[in-house]
Design a binder for this molecule. Structure first.
Ligand code: COD
Ligand code: ZN
Length: 399
């Protein structure tokens, strides 16, 4: 904790002065900012800018986290490309883990020194969604978007407020996060594995176990076998599915998926994936299908390849405005279920510790999932690797 350079805030963020020469304090003093390196999206379609930004001290109910690792997830890419709307400028990064180094007033859910997994839905615990048990859909979180729960930001640069993706913003050395957005881990994990639990594991395994509730012995097809899709496959294996069919347009992804529990593969680049899945399931289609890419066509394919009474779970979010043409007669006559799944229908604070235990007991293969490490300065390269279809997950590692 020593050596953190708090700066006295004297005016606009670009005109700070007078280095504070102290250790990090556990009680906040108004008006201090920390200079941190962060990857900022200033404009849609532009590369991320690695620059120094000002980070305010945590306010009531917030914690300051020294980021340990941040995953390279396609969801951030959707914002960079403008496929999904977000307030900009913004610090992206929603799959992370780190160490709490300071707590704001009134914090009771985490302490200094805790290793924490970051949750990109810090549930308020008071809204209707939270009270009904759907904390992944917290109304206050949705209403405050890429600001913190009080509707303001702690990040600033060039005289502008900078938004916090998922109230996490972990493409930065430090992050100020609502206390409900950090989940302490007992007996620390490697940071990159802990980070995976912050998104791809909870989103993917959760989609299989908590959204679809896959039954033992059933047939499963997963469209899109990147970081999140591989976790859906692991979830299906944990649920003892019989056949697990990995569907992707890249052969390397399909081969890699076999390591995580896929029993069959379908290459959708040259042949109709719906027909191939039907061929592999005796003409019935799969009992559970998942869309884990984010597209209208792939959502339709997931629907079409589902069996009678099949459950279609859409994890990916298609670019704004895209639609999927669902056959309205087939929906009724074949009693299919079409549903969305956000954050694996999970409750971060109780379900993430379950994922940690599953990793520790060897049931989740996170050691093979993270295949590339980068520095924050290499983040645009990391996203180029994702676009080029490199297998598995990449992670930014911080000192
Ligand atoms: N058919 C089959 N597979 C395809 C196709 C296709 N037509 N096109 C691409 N793919 C494959 C790619 O080759 C790749 O293997 C895979 O789809 C996508 O994997 P990644 O690693 O690029 O993406 P992920 O796993 O990091 O993210 C996937 C999401 C579905 C989560 C993401 O794209 C998304 O839609 N996010 C929005 C939803 C959201 O916000 N969720 C919560 C946070 S993740
Ligand atoms: Zn993600």
């Amino acid at each position: 904790m020593a050596g953190l350079g708090w700066v006295i805030y004297n005016g606009p963020a670009t005109q700070t002065s007078a280095m504070a020469n102290g250790r990090l304090r556990s009680t906040c003093q108004e008006g201090h900012v920390l200079k941190v390196k962060a990857a900022v999206l200033w404009e849609v379609g532009q590369p991320l800018d690695i620059c120094e930004v000002d980070l305010d001290e945590p306010k009531a109910g917030e914690v300051l986290v020294k980021v340990g690792a941040a995953g390279i997830c396609r969801s951030d890419r959707h914002f960079m490309h403008g496929d999904a709307p977000i307030a900009i400028p913004v610090v992206l990064g929603h799959e992370g883990a780190g160490t709490v180094v300071q707590t704001g007033p009134g914090v009771t859910l985490a302490s200094e020194g805790d290793q924490v997994i970051l949750s990109f839905v810090p549930a308020c615990g008071r809204c209707r969604s939270c009270l009904e048990g759907y904390s992944n859909l917290c109304d206050l979180h949705a209403a405050t978007g890429a600001n913190l729960l009080d509707g303001t930001t702690r990040l600033h640069a060039a005289g502008k407020d900078i938004h916090h993706m998922g109230k996490v913003a972990c493409f930065a050395e430090y992050a100020v996060i609502p206390e409900t957005g950090v989940v302490p881990v007992t007996d620390s994990l490697p940071m990159d594995k802990a980070a995976m639990i912050g998104c791809s594991v909870t989103t993917g395994v959760g989609a299989a176990l908590y959204s679809a509730e896959i039954k033992a012995g059933s047939t499963v097809a997963v469209i899109g076998c990147g970081g999140v899709g591989l976790n859906v496959i692991m979830g299906a294996a944990l649920a003892s599915a019989g056949q697990i069919i990995a569907v992707d347009i890249r052969e390397a992804q399909l081969e890699f998926a076999m390591r995580f529990g896929a029993t069959h593969t379908v290459n959708a680049s040259d042949q109709d994936p719906v027909q191939q899945v039907k061929d592999l399931t005796g003409g019935r289609g799969a009992d559970y299908t998942f869309e884990v890419f984010g597209g209208g066509d792939t959502t339709k394919a997931a629907y079409d390849m589902a069996a009678k009474r099949g459950v279609v779970t859409v994890v990916g979010i298609a670019p704004w405005g895209q639609e999927a043409a669902i056959n309205a007669v087939d929906l009724v006559r074949n009693e299919k279920t079409l549903r969305g799944s956000y954050y694996g229908s999970a409750r971060s604070r109780t379900d993430m510790p379950v994922m940690v235990d599953m990793y520790r007991s060897g049931k989740l293969n996170l050691d093979d999932l993270v295949v590339r490490h980068y520095t924050l300065d290499q983040i645009n390269e990391a996203y180029a690797d994702l676009d080029n279809g490199e297998i598995g997950r990449g992670a930014i590692m911080f000192d």
